[in-house]
Design a protein around this ligand. Sequence first.
Ligand SMILES: [Zn+2]
Length: 288
Amino acid sequence: MNTSFHFKLTQSAMLASAILFLTAPAAQADRLADNLAAMEAQSPINITTNNTTFDKNLSPLLFTLNSDTQLKVINNGSPGVDKTAARANLVDPGAGSVTVGGDTYRLSQFHFHTPAEHLENGYKFPMEMHLVFADAQNNLLVVGRWIEEGSFNKALAPIFSNLPHSVTDTLTVDHFNLNALIPDNLNSFRYDGSLTTPPFSEGVKWVDLAQPMEMSKEQISAFSSLFPNGDAREVQALNGRPIFTDVPGFATVVPEPETYAMLLAGLCLIGFVARRRLVNPGFVGSIA
Ligand SMILES: [Zn+2]
């Protein structure tokens, strides 16, 4: 990463912001644009084999989720900025949490985007789910999961067969099993990013689960027909941020553990041969 380049970019952005601030009315949209110009750790991003680093020791994700909870599903419409409409499914307080690296985050809501916001090697899934968690200090952690077309999703059927069509509708879903949202395989991609809707605040920890969730074609179109222009933000520049993954064989940047093992074995062999050369003459001499 070229830091001086980024420094210059930031300076330019700040200068541009200052000019805008002096000349334009202090409208909210303008301020948002100004802030955005100075921010460099935005979400979503394109996750690729070339920008990820393998780490088999990522902190485990310990989910505690209610298997029988009530949801209030709302349609929060379209704010009209960068196609960032979103549908939020509000969850009862205490219905779920995730503990990562000793910090516990409580589930506040989950919602869906169409098409997917994060890309995987440039591929755009038809949908993406975001589970938004917050810790006691209100630091955000978002667990993202891609949705692919496949089998009818029975667990999500109560939501997707009765989606609220207007911002004034609220759908109540009883006996919802939150565990149905999480796969058995918790391999993931992790990086530091931002909200993907205004105000695009940074400092958000992202955990993108690698195993997609299946929904039927009908379920996906029930959602996407409500947002004909989509409700997904475009991918943002990575700007040198690291992305870590424990998905075996995904990352190509860093040597796989097998390579380390081979390297280590090679070094041991060299050491063994060197010791033999030192030891053998004396040993032979003592026999004689
Ligand atoms: Zn989202």
